[in-house]
Design a protein. Structure first.
Length: 426
């Protein structure tokens, strides 16, 4: 039995036994999508992972695309080696440009090199896009930590990792004082407002909160207010993971002290500024704040989202404020919650109105404690593939044959991850 069949066989057979033939075929195709269609070997022996229909590697997407392979890494040496080499490439990119979100395979100057930003000529030829997003630095930490715990491998813990660990902490420290200390700015000409930052590329004004600033959301859309709450939650969890890796694998007392201080400051900022009272739902988490009393109620399909916080191990699923927030997000209060004849759930300002994202439906299922909700979401996801046996970026809630991005590996991977979870509730 070949590699992908071995890794999917147990769940595949469970689905067949439950009478879920269509879901079983989708699971097998989505599970292998990243491995078969997006994984490339680079000249230096590391792994370059495209997102699908865009020939660039996002730090976020590449991490999420392989996460469902982790449980098999220890028993499948080829999988372990590939993920290890991907992690190594990720940290080399962080050292190249910690403010970039996506990179080229070679120094070929493809992408958005004409954007106005505080980058060097070397960065321009390697970087596909330089939209600064907190989660771009969180995801490689999450992947490395999970890979280490799953396999015990420390081959990736090299000089690149040690340098990147310091650089990540440095960037998050600087961006606690974005307007005062950061030289990062970003402007793109002749584009939609969501693709550029206001105020000469510095974004809307903010004041110190203890949290760290983000220019863009994980959708690659500009933040309305610079303190993106789910991303700051993710940063807190990532700092806990980074602290453990540094302490156990490459001890550095000075860095460990900085990590602990930054962790506590961001966490205190979340506690002070992120919770807002909603007249219908009670105390809830805002999506973005500026530290001056302005806040934004919404959620986005991309992860980190407010909905995804338990999935990312940022808080307990039974946290009462999370549960209040969850109810709000899965209602019309969230301007990006859409409901139609074929599906209902959270979409994104990144895609057209009335388009729900399979990623958000998977996250809804992965953070649910209701077996009926989990089963219902599995049925919905099985029915909105437009007979492709694959997931897409966004799907029209009334007509699943209308969708964005026919080749989007992150959505395929997280569907496989959700099925691994949902099969226990059939």
């Amino acid at each position: 039995m070949e590699l992908m069949e071995r890794m999917t066989e147990k769940v595949y057979q469970k689905l067949l036994a439950a009478g879920k033939e269509k879901t079983a075929e989708m699971y097998r195709q989505c599970f292998r999508s990243t491995w078969d269609t997006t994984l490339q070997r680079a000249a230096d022996g590391t792994v370059f992972l495209i997102t699908g229909d865009i020939p660039a590697m996002w730090l976020r997407d590449s991490s999420a695309q392989v996460y469902h392979y982790l449980p098999f890494a220890k028993e499948e040496p080829v999988v372990e080696e590939a993920i290890c080499k991907l992690i190594m490439r990720q940290y080399s990119y962080v050292n190249l440009d910690a403010y970039a979100n996506a990179f080229n395979r070679e120094a070929n100057a493809k992408g958005h090199g004409r954007d106005s930003s505080s980058w060097t000529e070397e960065q321009k030829v390697w970087v596909w896009e330089r939209k600064y997003e907190i989660d771009s630095l969180c995801y490689p930490i999450r992947l490395a930590h999970a890979f280490w715990k799953e396999t015990g491998s420390v081959e990736w813990c090299n000089e690149d990792f040690r340098k990147a660990a310091e650089r990540i902490v440095e960037v998050w420290e600087i961006e606690q004082y974005h307007l005062e200390k950061s030289d990062y700015f970003f402007e793109r000409a002749n584009c939609k407002p969501k693709d550029t930052l206001t105020h000469n590329g510095k974004g809307e004004p903010v004041v110190y909160t203890g949290m760290t600033w983000s220019g863009f959301r994980p959708s690659d859309d500009a933040c309305k207010y610079g303190y993106l709450i789910p991303a700051n939650f993710f940063a807190v969890r990532s700092l806990e993971q980074l602290a453990e890796m540094v302490h156990e694998l490459c001890p550095n007392e000075a860095l460990e002290a900085r990590i602990a201080k930054l962790h506590d400051e961001i966490k205190a900022g979340i506690e002070k500024y992120a919770v807002v009272h909603h007249e219908e739902y009670g105390d809830v988490y805002a999506y973005e704040v500026d530290g001056m009393g302005n806040y934004h109620f919404m959620d986005d399909a991309n992860v980190p989202s407010l909905l995804s916080l338990p999935y990312l191990e940022c808080l307990d699923v039974n946290d009462p404020i999370y549960q209040n927030t969850r109810r709000m997000l899965l209602s019309s209060v969230n301007p990006f919650y859409f409901e139609g004849k074929a599906a209902k759930g959270i979409g994104s300002p990144h895609t057209p109105e009335n388009y729900v994202w399979p990623i958000s439906l998977c996250i809804q299922g992965l953070t649910s404690t209701d077996k009926d909700e989990i089963r219902s979401l599995l049925e919905t996801l099985t029915s909105i593939d437009a007979d492709t046996n694959l997931m897409h970026e966004g799907v029209n809630v009334d007509d699943p044959t209308q969708f964005t991005r026919p080749w989007f590996a992150w959505a395929n991977s997280i569907f496989a991850e959700f099925v691994n979870h949902a099969v226990n509730y059939l």
